[in-house]
Write a new protein. Structure first.
Length: 568
């Protein structure tokens, strides 16, 4: 106890050992036998370090490493001590190395058994060298050799080494000094720790999901009374009444946000009508009416957000743009789902429709003219207090066009659309990592020469894609009793799922275009359509027609057909 007190009372200035502490021969004097505990510590501190301090207790600090080594000696010191203090024992000696005697002197006795050419060889003797005995005695038994060691007078007389049994052989770790219980603990401990960590991770995930659900519910609760008010005002109105009511202000941006939330929570999913890379499309019902519910996957949240943003743009509503009803983030089966609710068109996409249906001249013109009208409405900017920015689709294709019951079409999927306003001269490209469909990409997109900061460049990309859709539709128009099977653009030049390089080689390097059958030139309508689509496929983007020019040309073709029928 005095030693530790001395640590606190010690001064800070060391003192060299005095000359009188040494004898005439220069050797240190023996430590005094009657010194107190503190003086003895200080004395030995001076002897070992040459330093002391004013308080005898402080000298104990210098001896602290020595004390620790005495209390916790290293294994090497213990081995040296055993080696020095080891006495020689008389051992029984049997075997070839014993010569004529049957006794030997050594630090350890042993009895061994080995297999030599299939025969068992027993030997007994002693180890003269400590290291040899230490190494041999600690070697675990093997199938062909075993050694048993002991210390004492003739201690190996009644010892017989035994080879390990071939049946039920113990683990090598057990022979090396580890018990079966230890091995079981070593094996099971990591497994138990892993199970515990897994359970904790599951609990944490469940807690996070629970908190997320609570946030959603709390957000819903904020509008609880308002939703009740809206529901009472709407009553049993049909979906058409709701949409008509929402358009009375002239905004054309769909239902009010709170009504959207009400409608979304009253929809029942009936059947899945389509799946894609970015989610699923379901047929749902709201108050007995069919609606389309596009459920986005979580990785495509940006497309959902972008499409919601665009559909809520004022004056976007058009008969040839897919009718938007509501958009909501809901929770189903403990997971968050992103819903986009639109009009339901049971005819499906133009891609599916063309594979099953052939067209006459009237239905063909109705389809392409409605697509051109919808595209022209997207591209045009409407000025005014409630205007509409110019919009480029960027992913126009037959799969993103829906067929209505009246034979017209409407453009869908605005997840990649780009907006531009002349008043602010801002180009809103959005923040979506998705890219368009490779088969419908324009040359400037494939060779990466498009002017990304120019909005007209994006509109010209839409015109290229429209020309390909026009080609798909025209192939299914019957003339003189002849019609081609449905095929996608460049079906004869690239594989079913073309790569970026495949399309770049065909469109940019080889400058190939879809083949126009000879029979088209025997029909005036198909001839006009062939001329129109070629003007959409110019390699130079600025030479392509505008959407409004295409709409006017198709309207002129349609009017000439009506006039021809009237004359007949």
């Amino acid at each position: 106890m005095d030693f530790f007190v001395g640590l606190c009372d010690c001064g800070t200035s060391p003192q060299l050992g005095k000359l009188e502490d040494f004898g005439e021969s220069g050797r240190a004097k023996e430590p005094p036998s009657a010194r107190s505990g503190g003086d003895l510590w200080g004395y030995w501190a001076k002897r070992t370090t040459g330093f002391g301090c004013s308080s005898t207790m402080v000298d104990g600090v210098m001896i602290l490493p020595v004390l620790l080594l005495l209390v916790f000696p290293s294994p090497g010191w213990q081995d040296d001590e055993l080696k020095l203090n080891m006495v020689h024992y008389e051992c029984v000696c049997e075997g070839m190395s014993c010569g004529n005697g049957d006794r030997c002197q050594g630090q350890q006795c042993f009895a061994s058994l080995s297999i030599n050419d299939g025969a068992k060889v027993y030997q007994k003797g002693c180890f003269q060298v400590y290291e040899q005995g230490k190494m041999t005695c600690k070697t675990p038994p093997s199938p062909d050799q075993a050694v048993e060691c002991c210390q004492g007078y003739l201690c190996n007389m009644n010892i017989t080494a035994q080879l390990p049994s071939s049946k039920g052989q113990t683990f090598q770790g057990e022979a090396a000094g580890y018990s079966m219980e230890t091995l079981i603990i070593v094996i099971l401990a990591p497994v138990i720790v892993l199970i515990v960590f897994s359970a904790v991770a599951v609990l944490i995930i469940r807690r996070i999901q629970k908190n997320h659900m609570e946030r959603l519910n709390s957000r819903d609760a904020e509008y609880g009374t308002i939703e009740g008010l809206i529901a009472s005002n709407v009553g049993d109105s049909t979906l058409a009444d709701l949409l008509d009511h929402s358009c009375t202000s002239g905004s054309g941006s769909g239902l009010p946000f709170l009504v959207q939330r009400t409608v979304a929570r009253q929809i029942t999913l009936v059947e899945c009508v389509g799946k894609g890379r970015y989610g699923e499309v379901w047929r749902g019902q709201w108050q007995g009416e069919n609606v389309a519910v596009k459920i986005f996957s979580s990785r495509d949240e940006k497309s959902w957000f972008r499409e919601t943003e665009l559909y809520n743009t004022v004056l976007l509503r058009h008969e040839n743009i897919l009718g938007f009803i509501a958009s909501d983030m809901t929770s189903r089966n403990s997971s968050t789902q992103l819903w986009l609710i639109t009009h339901y068109h049971e005819m499906g996409s133009l891609y599916d429709y063309l594979q099953l249906t052939t067209l006459d001249t009237v239905s063909c013109l109705r389809i392409v003219l409605s697509i051109a009208s919808g595209l022209a409405h997207l591209h045009i900017e409407i000025f005014g207090t409630q205007g509409k920015p110019a919009i480029s689709h960027r992913d126009l294709k037959s799969k993103n066009i829906l067929v209505k019951k009246n034979g017209q079409c409407c453009i869908a999927d605005l997840g990649l659309a780009v907006m531009h306003s002349q008043s602010t001269n801002q180009l809103d490209v959005g923040n979506n990592p998705r890219v368009g469909t490779k088969r419908y990409m324009a040359p400037e997109v494939l060779d990466e020469t498009i002017q990304a900061d120019c909005f007209d460049s994006y509109k010209r990309v839409d015109i290229w894609a429209f020309g390909l859709v026009l080609w798909e539709v025209a192939r299914r128009m019957v003339s003189n009793g002849i019609v081609e099977d449905y095929k996608p653009p460049f079906y004869d030049l690239v594989p079913n799922d073309p790569s970026f390089e495949d399309m770049r080689k065909v469109v940019c390097v080889d400058q190939q275009r879809p083949n126009i059958p000879n029979r088209w030139f025997s029909d005036p309508t198909l001839t006009s359509l062939a001329k129109l689509m070629k003007e959409c496929w110019y390699q130079n983007p600025s030479a392509r027609l505008t959407a409004l020019r295409i709409k006017k040309t198709l309207t002129k073709i349609d009017n000439s057909l009506d006039k021809l029928k009237a004359d007949c």
